[in-house]
Design a protein around this ligand. Structure first.
Ligand code: SF4
Length: 412
């Protein structure tokens, strides 16, 4: 599977490329409903989405099996929609349980409105790993004008997930109206880094039913990096870790000590060596600290020449952290920044689609997220014949009252 990823990445399989070495794919979305309880100004859903019946649960299980078959165990799978919490909660729990049981790492992607503490507890109990909350000003939540106003909601969501062992992620769509607030938002996330693992920024894209269209020239990957740096009060070494296509994603893993941000790794060559020497080692949070230490210890014993650069880099990092380690009482939090540069629906670049690291599992197999959003109706309005676990079949018609789909499916 890794070899297949390497082939697919083509020229983007650089010495610093994570995909094809430690991971077969970034993540795969499985959309379990098309419905949502919000109507964001930059929503990727289709105008038909709200009327589409949820796909049968056996079809969801089949798509999860396909994720496993294509990308292997340990693949990060987004249980998403629409908003997945609108699906019957007993079914949502079964879906997360199934994903976890077959060896995938399920994450719930939600606007949080219906993600109650009880629901999160139940999902954590059956294997949910991450919860990603989408909160931003595109949602036009009544009474919240700015991104800073929305921090009340973000804090409430953090409290709901606290102590459940879930990694908390926040998704923010970046548009002209909140671009200048990003540094303040980054400061908020840094202050909450004990509870948040990842913050992801999606740059405005013209796709789906969203009414705002394409982004202002002000918003670029470069200008967003500057905004994150302003909020972090430091220059960050972007471009060290390659994650998929460089026009699509930027990834910056950091540690936060006493509210100060320190990049985890700042040298491209060193990271390239690190990857080539240790690509067989899982370093994500699913591996225990003991396991990671043992694995690295053994690997370093076999490659003593790797010692010096790694140790000297670690000593340099500790020196930089210096007094902040003392002031922060030794508390070191992981906080990663991620940026997604989704494409406009009418401007898909095939090379980026081919090297995509963020797929959607459809009835026909995995499709790049940008391509899926651009042609969403082609996928979600298709009738399906679903094989059920008891051996019978179910004819699924997305919108029964649509004559053309009734005809295509043979439904009465
Ligand atoms: S962007 Fe997400 S939260 Fe907003 S309406 Fe669409 S599915 Fe719902």
């Amino acid at each position: 599977m890794l070899a297949k990823t390497r082939e697919r990445m083509g020229e983007h399989y650089t010495a610093n490329q994570v995909l094809g070495r430690t991971q077969t794919i970034g993540c795969v979305a499985v959309e379990i409903t098309q419905r949502c309880n919000l109507d964001c100004t930059l929503c990727y859903l289709s105008e038909h989405s709200q009327s589409v019946k949820d796909i049968p649960i056996d079809e969801v299980f089949k798509r999860l099996d396909e994720v496993l078959a294509h990308y292997g165990e340990g693949t990060h799978v987004q249980i998403t929609g629409g908003d997945p919490t609108l699906r019957k909660h007993s079914e949502l729990i079964e879906i997360v349980r199934y994903a976890s049981d077959i060896g995938l790492y399920p994450a719930l992607f939600t606007n949080g409105i219906a993600a109650t503490r009880t629901l999160l507890e139940n999902l954590a109990a059956v294997g949910l790993q991450d919860v990603a909350f989408h909160v931003d000003t595109t949602q036009r939540r009544a009474g919240y004008q700015t991104e800073m106003d929305l921090n009340v909601i973000r804090k409430d969501y953090i409290a709901r997930a606290q102590g459940l062992g879930l990694m908390v992620v926040f998704n923010t769509t970046v548009h002209e109206g909140n671009f200048h607030h990003i540094p303040n938002l980054v400061r908020f996330f840094i202050a909450q880094s004990a509870e948040i693992g990842l913050v992801s920024f999606q740059l405005q894209a013209e796709t789906g039913r969203g009414e705002w269209g394409s982004r202002d020239a002000l918003i670029t990957q470069q200008s967003m990096k500057k905004q994150i740096e302003t909020g972090s009060a430091r220059t960050l070494p972007w471009g060290v870790v390659d994650f998929g296509h460089s026009d699509c994603h930027s990834y910056m893993p950091t540690t936060v000590v006493n509210n100060r941000v320190f990049p985890v790794i700042g040298e491209r060559t060193l990271f390239g060596h690190f990857l080539s020497h240790f690509e067989h080692i899982r370093t994500d949070r699913h591996a225990t600290s003991f396991q990671v230490l043992m694995d690295y210890g053994l690997a370093l014993l076999k490659r003593p020449r790797s010692w010096w650069p790694a140790v000297s880099y670690a000593v340099g990092q500790l020196r930089q952290m210096g007094k902040h380690l003392l002031l922060g009482r030794g508390q070191v939090n992981k906080l990663s920044f991620f940026m997604q540069n989704f494409m406009d629906a009418n401007e898909l670049v095939q090379e980026r689609v081919d090297a995509c690291s963020f797929m959607v599992m459809t009835a026909e197999g995995p499709v790049s997220m940008c391509e899926h959003n651009a042609k969403r109706d082609d996928f979600i309005l298709k009738p399906l014949v679903v094989e059920k676990q008891d051996g019978s079949t179910e004819h699924y018609v997305p919108i029964p009252e649509m004559p053309s789909y009734r005809k295509a499916s043979g439904a009465n």
